[in-house]
Write a protein that binds this ligand. Sequence first.
Ligand code: ZN
Length: 290
Amino acid sequence: MTVRLAGALLTLLAVLPSSAPAAAGARVALTPRSPRIGDVSMVVVQGIPDGATLEGSVAGRSLVFFPYAGGAAALAGIDFETRPGRYWWKIAVVNGADPPLVLRGRVTVKGRQFAVERLTLPEGMVELDEETTRRADAEDAHLKTLYATVTGDRLWRGRFTAPVASPKPPSGFGARRVINGRPRSPHGGLDYAADRGTPVVAANAGRVVLVGDFFFPGRLVVVDHGLGVHTAYFHLDRVTVAEQDLVDQGQPIGEVGSTGRATGPHLHFSASIGSARIDPAALLRLNSRD
Ligand SMILES: [Zn+2]
């Protein structure tokens, strides 16, 4: 669609701040207005004609819109390795026979300091032989493919809930990890300390799209909440759901363990919107009123 729009519609281009009235009564608001890296902004569009279709992007990543509060909304995930700075958002309102209305504006993505964590692990979990490296790479690619899959039904509703009751606040999202003295890729999840056997629940309604036993994540569950939103639960001791199961928000899916590469029992909880790896805490803060 964007390609078709590019030539003919420049005259309709409206350059807007991130929350402002737009041509033809359409209004766009991003909350938060200036997300940090790893955050999720909810993009709400109002004043659009009934039956209009919306397409768009924030910082180059596509949005998937759903009906919301008499208009439409989409979640914009800001990948945690995005460079802070000013980016464009663009939304095309496609309204039947009329030429699409293209709205665009700027969004400032703010930086964020991540912790540096130094860990000591058994060398066998760090220096991998060739076969194990191949296995871990294939599993990682499998997860990336799943996260990038956008299924068409929105299954999530309202607020996301914490996946486990933990005695202390979760930590570690985005941490730059130094394992056995060597820098490794940053930590893409939030770690919840909890005893082995503590119930783990689905953060929101969705479909279980993966149950597995992977080298680094150990026993894991991935839930597809629809429209590109996924949550993943790693290091489980036990899994109590099967692939293709539909789960409700708060429904038990397994128990905390220390399978895979884990220094002790905890839940590693991660979330993504399309291929953007986001801070699960940002998803839990999301204030969707439906
Ligand atoms: Zn973790």
